[in-house]
Ligand binder design. Structure first.
Ligand code: ATP
Length: 242
């Protein structure tokens, strides 16, 4: 694997009984870039990132992070390596303050260093625009703000790779615009893998796109290449003007 690739997969496959959710996926994620993983419902996107994170065991194939095979590592050890992710389903603790939620995530890397944890919490809450709400209970936030809190919790771990699974689902238009700005401020600092249905978000944030269809890689390339790809247009975007 070349030094420009932070994560790659070789022949990654997942079968659920007779259903092949992912088939022989060869994938390379360029370091420091924002890649979008797109594809129709049921294409296998969540299954794929579940195998990257270690939440879903692969049926066969390999996952490499920084050149090392991480197949045998459970999810928490992959987090320790610097792979952070947010789920489709909100995972904040409603009864805890924003500060406490983010501090829980920050302690994974910073341990018991209270000053360092507090500084990190303040930094990432400011980045997502929630600094003024630090003492509020997470459960009192709007849905959109809870999604931003999840992103702050991911950032608090200083991820080398940040995986976001449908981060804009359920957000208002103004919140989506803020999200695009936030992702673009992170560009270059960390590597981002974004599972995203909103093509405006994809086109405004991603430097690279991989398209999954029926559990296989249909295409991979720059946004312009993906837009121009006739197989993608036929299978996914539907029309030639997408
Ligand atoms: N735990 C499971 N048991 C059986 N089949 C599953 C399981 N999880 C996913 N599948 C099947 O695997 C296929 C891929 O699903 P997956 O959720 O990975 O797709 P997706 O691209 O993330 O879809 P969406 O965009 O709707 O989230 C689908 O056919 C799905 O029904």
């Amino acid at each position: 694997m070349d030094a420009m690739t932070i994560l790659s997969t070789k022949g990654l496959t997942k079968s659920y009984g007779g259903i092949k959710a992912n088939t022989d996926i060869d994938f390379a994620l360029p370091r420091g870039k924002t890649m979008a993983l797109i594809g129709p419902n049921g294409a296998g996107k969540s299954t794929f990132v579940g195998m990257l994170c270690g939440r879903i065991p692969a049926t066969s194939g390999d996952v490499f992070f920084e050149g090392e095979n991480i197949n045998a590592l459970p999810a928490h050890q992959r987090i320790s390596l610097g792979i952070a992710y947010t789920f489709q389903i909100t995972s904040v603790f409603a009864g805890l303050s924003l500060h406490e939620n983010v501090a829980l995530a920050a302690r994974r890397r910073l341990g018991a260093d209270v000053a360092a944890v507090d500084a990190k919490v303040a930094d990432v809450l400011a980045r997502v625009g929630l600094a003024e709400r630090t003492d509020q209970n997470a459960g009192d936030l709007s849905y959109g703000h809870q999604r931003l809190l999840e992103i702050a919790m991911g950032l608090a771990q200083d991820p080398r790779l940040f995986i976001l699974d449908e981060p804009t689902q359920g957000l208002a238009d103004s919140e989506v615009a803020d999200f695009i700005t936030l992702i673009n401020t992170l560009a270059g600092e960390t590597t981002i893998l974004l599972i995203e249905h909103n093509m405006d978000v994809v086109m405004q944030t991603a430097t690279h796109i991989t398209v999954l269809n029926a559990g296989e890689v249909l295409a991979a390339g720059t946004p312009d290449e993906i837009r121009a790809n006739t197989a993608v247009q036929a299978a996914y975007l539907g029309t030639s003007d997408a």
